[in-house]
Design a protein around this ligand. Structure first.
Ligand code: G4P
Length: 289
């Protein structure tokens, strides 16, 4: 078993991005989930957007491990034609900071004659609607489910001479790194029908064990989590959360739901599932397989 996603709008979104690129885009913002920057980066985006400068925005940084966010920002900032910044929904007026970062990437654009044209992309649930609502200053409708930006194109003002073009939330057709599928599922970016919650919960535990065992121990009153089998950790989570059926058997399904809810709401604490080095190793392994 693994995570199987069927991104229904993928084709239309892809086409819409290509059409928008033809009309002119100076900078592509990719909104990433700061808790899983490697997995939430679309491996096909660079292909669709060509050599356009990229701004990687690590969103939900309030839920991510601050030290790992720094490592990921350094990692992306080391790429040519790329800038990376952290962001979260508590920032009341992020437009100026976003526009400034885009301007650095496209210094020849700006002013009324040559307004800066920015395209924003990201996986579902990364916080794009929330950010756009903040930018437009009202409760805009969620664009995530709408395919095709030509029909539903939203032009949002970032500054008097900078525009942001929205795209629907997009995944890609094939999971390249198996861990990515699990991490995206754990983060809520993959449709519920595409994965088995227990499998995702066990993978999440295995990812958390080496570095975040103390968080699991504190939340679920467990000991020596790093050396336990993931199944035993999940059973312990179930017992701590009262997911016990008649006869005393732990409901692994309920335990999985509890863990995933706690992870998604950051009740476990600030956790980042990936490091740049670790993610590169997973990718090399997947490519070699
Ligand atoms: P999308 O358009 O990219 O699909 O994502 P959306 O804005 O709908 O955000 C998905 C969830 O993530 C929402 O929570 C939203 O409140 C939350 N979120 C967005 N940005 C941030 C952030 O920077 N930090 C934190 N902690 N959360 C963020 P939800 O539970 O699905 O909905 P609701 O609680 O807003 O009703």
């Amino acid at each position: 078993m693994s995570v199987n996603w069927f991104p229904g709008h993928m084709h239309a979104t892809r086409k819409a991005i290509i059409e928008r690129m033809k009309l002119g885009v100076d900078v592509v913002i990719e909104l990433l989930d700061a808790r899983l920057p490697g997995s939430s980066e679309n491996p096909l985006l660079a292909e669709l957007t060509g050599a356009k400068p990229a701004l990687k925005v690590l969103n939900k940084q309030d839920m991510a491990d601050p030290a790992r966010t720094v490592a990921w920002l350094d990692h992306f900032n080391a790429r040519p034609e790329t800038r990376a910044i952290g962001l979260d929904a508590s920032e009341a007026a992020p437009a100026a900071r976003l526009a400034a970062a885009c301007r650095e990437l496209a210094p020849n654009r700006g002013g009324m004659a040559k307004p800066l044209r920015v395209l924003i992309c990201g996986v579902p649930n990364v916080g794009k609607s929330t950010l756009i609502n903040t930018l437009v200053g009202k409760k805009a409708t969620k664009t995530g489910d709408e395919a095709g930006i030509t029909k539903n194109e939203q032009r949002i003002s970032l500054a008097s001479d900078a525009y942001l073009y929205d795209t629907p939330g997009m995944l890609w057709p094939k999971i390249l790194v198996p861990k990515s599928g699990y991490h995206l599922a754990a983060a809520g970016s993959v449709g519920r029908n595409a994965y088995d919650e227990e499998e995702v919960a066990l993978e999440l535990i295995e990812t958390l064990q080496p570095d975040y065992a103390p968080l699991l121990e504190a939340r679920y009153r467990l000991q020596d989590v790093a050396s336990m089998l993931s199944e035993d950790v999940l059973a312990g989570i179930g017992r701590a959360r009262g997911a016990v059926q008649s006869g005393g058997k732990v409901s692994m399904q309920k335990a999985s739901e509890a863990l995933l809810n706690d992870y998604r709401s950051a009740a476990l604490g600030r956790v980042t599932l990936e490091t740049p080095e670790g993610f590169a190793a997973w990718r090399a392994e997947a490519e070699a397989a």
